[in-house]
Design a protein around this ligand. Structure first.
Ligand code: SAH
Length: 328
């Protein structure tokens, strides 16, 4: 999955109607603006600390950063810009909008001299997962083998109980369990940084809030689901984000965790309805487009419920807005 996605993101810009998938910031400026307002509110209530850094993980075309930074600037917050990105194609697109940004291949080189305002929209779902399959002999790693001209999933010969963490028994044969060691390591590093430097981590993605079983690995090409084994490296491979584990990692570093909340509720509680109205009043000719974008971002049948929002902040930072109605 890691190799296939690295090749995929390095070879093309996958975003947009003519690409493979569309993300929230590409649907409407309202999404990034709300993220920016959310960050600005937190920053203001913390007393407007100096030397803040805006960090985005997998910033795509740089659209979310553009909209969020414009909102932040309205409140006097002008952080330095750091992008964690591996794709040369997308780096080039990001540079068109943010020539002053600093790029990082991984999070280790992020600045250590001030609070980090970290945003990750549809980033964690692109990180590689491992799958395990329950067998009568115990949990085995799901491997990929070649059967003549096609790839197939097969359980490893050895039992791999030690890689799942904790005892997991009583599952019917064939049950699939997913783990993402790359996500765990990344979240742990970021949580340590936030505990030391201050700031916040905002994760927006599809995923599950409680531990679960079943395969969530999926591949999308041209806006259509295909088999993850069909010409790997040419489709977008994703898996649902394990918010439960990410939350525990943050809590273990003494951060407070907020959410996950449903994206629709989160955006509404932060004023997306009012923002849509203001945009319609300013550009009445765009009214239908703005209403459609609002619907896509917030409605339960679209991105409103499937996508979740979770934030982690050090305990001496203010309580972030948008999570007061409980967990999704
Ligand atoms: N956040 C953007 C793009 C989401 S697509 C948006 O909402 O529009 C996933 C992004 O993560 C792309 O920019 C991709 O190049 C980047 N990415 C994927 N795997 C990565 C990795 N291992 N390290 C850094 N960036 C990665």
């Amino acid at each position: 999955m890691a190799i296939a996605n690295e090749h995929y993101y390095a070879s093309k810009d996958p975003l947009g109607e003519e690409g493979d998938f569309v993300t929230a910031p590409e649907i409407s400026q309202m999404f990034g603006e709300i993220v920016g307002i959310w960050l600005a509110d937190l920053w203001l209530r913390k007393g407007s600390p100096d030397h803040c850094h805006y960090v985005e993980l997998g910033p795509g075309r740089g659209t979310l950063a553009q909209d969020a930074l414009r909102s932040l600037a309205k409140f006097g917050c002008t952080p330095t810009i750091h992008f964690v990105e591996t794709s040369p194609v997308l780096k080039a697109k990001q540079a068109l909008l943010h020539p002053e940004a600093i790029w990082h291949d991984d999070i280790g080189s992020l600045p250590d001299d001030g609070p980090l305002l970290v945003v990750a929209n549809e980033f964690f779902d692109a990180l590689p997962i491992e799958q395990f399959v329950a067998t009568s002999g115990g949990w085995r790693r799901q491997m990929v083998a070649r059967d003549r001209s096609k790839f197939v999933a097969v359980a490893s010969a050895e039992v791999a109980e030690d890689r799942i963490g904790g005892s997991m028994s009583g599952f019917p044969d064939g049950t699939i369990l997913e783990r993402s060691p790359v996500s765990v390591e990344l979240a742990g590093h970021l949580a340590n940084r936030l505990a030391k430097q201050g700031g916040t981590l905002l994760i927006i993605d599809y995923g599950y809030a409680r531990p679960g079983t079943g395969s969530t690995l999926q591949a999308v090409k041209g806006h259509m689901p295909i088999s993850p084994f069909d010409s790997p490296g040419t489709s977008d491979l994703t898996a649902h984000v394990d918010f439960h584990t990410l939350a525990n990692i943050a809590r273990n570093r003494l951060l407070s965790v907020h959410g996950p909340a449903e994206q629709g509720q989160w955006l509404k509680s932060l004023g997306i309805d009012q923002r849509a109205e203001a945009l319609i009043n300013a550009t009445p000719k765009q009214a239908d487009n703005i209403r459609a974008a609002h619907q896509r971002l917030t409605h339960a049948d679209e991105m409103g419920c499937l996508f979740r929002v979770m934030a982690a902040t050090p305990i001496d930072w203010p309580e972030p807005e948008g999570f007061s109605y409980g967990e999704a």
